[in-house]
Structure formats: structure tokens, C-alpha cells
Design a protein around this ligand. Structure first.
Ligand SMILES: NC(=O)c1ccc[n+]([C@@H]2O[C@H](COP(=O)([O-])OP(=O)(O)OC[C@H]3O[C@@H](n4cnc5c(N)ncnc54)[C@H](O)[C@@H]3O)[C@@H](O)[C@H]2O)c1
Length: 261
């Protein structure tokens, strides 16, 4: 029986967070643990998973698995380990992803082909593969899948951050969210996405390091600030919780109003 009380809403549930060593993924993982969930974290960055665990950032010692989400055999092995250790899952968060900026992503006539393939392969194909191998572990009673999209896929991104491979990957995630919501509704697996605005994390550090650039980015948000990982984690906690049991196929913008004006 699920509780509606904040802090116990995910009691006895099992959450898997892919990209759980990242800024947003770690905050979501910690919030789901605070809601009572047991946790498995998947990430390619095993060193960071270990240091976050050692620093107590997850609020518990999670099952940490080194996984590259673009590699099917690694996901298959990880799903087997999660099944052996935790038996079934109730929540799957797809927060692993990369920015195209360091790869030269930009408008299509600028974006190098290898950058295009790498971004699509990680941000979209990686989500497909993660779902493919973890959906069989879902509790027969149902559960919640949460994808991380981006507000860049809801409105055209402003130059010089018009990274088309990244936008296309997140647009694909939004389409996948809706398609999966329909297909898995009979199994009571709800599938939703969060579309963050700009959030201060390791992914955006190249921009936060430059005060003038970051100020201009902050000004794109009507609420006058950038997002925090905890803003995104609060939305994820809602989408995972019983309060959202009639919510599927939505893309929830958490972007300080950036897509409104
Ligand atoms: N930070 C933002 O402003 C922002 C805005 C909109 C959407 N997002 C999305 O939110 C999600 C989380 O972003 P973040 O800001 O926390 O970034 P981050 O870089 O802090 O975290 C991303 C995590 O994904 C992991 N990862 C990357 N490639 C992987 C792979 N092949 N296999 C396994 N793990 C892999 C990284 O090691 C890292 O821990 C991403 O999907 C990102 O696109 C972020």
C-alpha cells in the first residue's frame, strides 16, 4: 500500500537512476531515497558514483553499477544484477546524457557528423536501450518511467546555443515519452518527461564559468534565475509518486517560464 505522505511516498519501492552520478541525476536519486525508495544508480563515471556515495549524497549506499547506456550488453548485465539484488523495480529515471557543445554541435551545416551520431546515440538510443532492458524488471503492479528531455526541444534554442543534434535527441525523447505512455498504459507503467530549462550542473559548467554568458542565460528565464538540480528532483518525485497515478505521456517544463515568452 503506497502512502501519500511526503517522505514516505515511495516506501518499499525500488528506483533505478541512469546518469545518477550527474548533477540532476544525483539530486533526483537523493530525493527518491528521501521519499523512501531503495536505489540503484547506473553511470559511466564510476569514480563520481563512488565519491558521491562516500560523501553521503544519495542518503543511502545505493547499488552502483558502471554502465555505458549506449552498450546493450552492459545494460543487459546491469538489469540482471539489479534483478538479482533488488528483484523488481518501480521507478526508472533516464537522466544520463551529454551536451553537444564540447563536440562542436550547432546548426546542421556546422554540426560535425560524428557529433550528431554521438549525441543521438547517447541521448536518444541510450534511453531506448535502458528502457528495453529494464522494463522487464517492472513491478507487475506498474510504476513510473521519467525521461529527462529539455526545453530546447519545446522551443527553438537561442544562438549561440542552437545545438541541433542535442535538440533533435531531446525531441526524440519527447516523442518516445508519448509513444511509450500509450504502449505501457495497460501494464500501469506511466511514462513522463521533464523538460528543464538551464540548470547549474557539471554539464553547464563551461557556461557558468563565464559570468557574462551565464547572466545572459539566466535572463532567458522569466523567474529571474537558472534552475537547480533540486527543482528538477521535486518534479521527478511528483511524477514518481502516487499523486501522479493519473498522469502519463506529459512533458513537464521546469524552466522558470522560459518557454512561455
Ligand atoms: N543541466 C541542464 O541545464 C539541462 C537542461 C535540460 C536538460 N538536461 C538533461 O538532464 C539530464 C542530466 O543532465 P545534467 O545537467 O545532470 O548533466 P551531467 O553531465 O551533470 O550528468 C549527466 C550524467 O550522465 C552520465 N553519462 C553520460 N553519458 C553516459 C553514458 N553513455 N552512459 C552512462 N552514463 C552516461 C555522465 O557521466 C553524468 O554523470 C541530461 O539528459 C541532460 O541532457 C540538462
Amino acid at each position: 500500500m503506497q502512502s501519500d505522505r511526503v517522505g514516505q511516498r515511495l516506501k518499499d519501492q525500488v528506483a533505478v537512476v541512469a546518469g545518477g552520478a550527474g548533477g540532476i541525476g544525483c539530486a533526483i536519486a537523493a530525493r527518491l531515497v528521501a521519499e523512501g525508495a531503495k536505489l540503484a544508480v547506473l553511470d559511466i563515471d564510476v569514480g563520481r558514483m563512488r565519491s558521491l556515495t562516500a560523501a553521503g549524497m544519495y542518503g543511502m549506499e545505493p547499488l552502483c553499477l558502471e554502465v555505458d547506456i549506449t552498450q546493450a550488453e552492459q545494460l543487459e548485465a546491469a538489469a540482471r544484477q539489479v534483478g538479482d539484488r533488488l528483484r523488481r523495480i518501480d521507478v526508472l529515471v533516464n537522466s544520463a546524457g551529454i551536451s553537444g557543445r564540447p563536440l562542436g554541435d550547432g546548426p546542421v551545416d556546422v554540426c560535425p557528423e560524428d557529433a550528431w551520431y554521438q549525441v543521438i546515440n547517447t541521448n536518444l538510443t541510450g534511453v531506448y536501450l535502458t528502457c528495453k532492458y529494464f522494463i522487464p524488471l517492472f513491478n507487475p503492479a506498474g510504476g513510473s518511467i521519467i525521461h529527462l528531455a529539455s526545453d530546447d526541444a519545446l522551443i527553438g534554442p537561442k544562438p549561440p546555443h542552437d545545438t541541433h543534434a542535442y535538440c533533435a535527441s531531446k525531441g526524440g525523447v519527447i516523442a518516445l515519452t508519448k509513444a511509450m505512455a500509450i504502449s505501457y498504459a495497460p501494464r500501469r507503467i506511466r511514462v513522463n518527461a521533464i523538460a528543464p530549462g538551464w540548470v547549474m550542473t557539471p554539464m553547464t559548467q563551461d557556461l557558468t564559468n563565464d559570468p557574462a554568458v551565464w547572466r545572459e542565460i539566466v535572463e532567458r528565464h522569466p523567474l529571474g534565475r537558472a534552475g537547480t538540480p533540486e527543482d528538477i528532483a521535486a518534479a521527478a518525485a511528483y511524477l514518481a509518486a502516487p499523486e501522479a497515478s493519473f498522469v502519463t505521456g506529459v512533458v513537464l517544463p521546469v524552466e522558470g517560464g522560459a518557454t512561455v515568452w
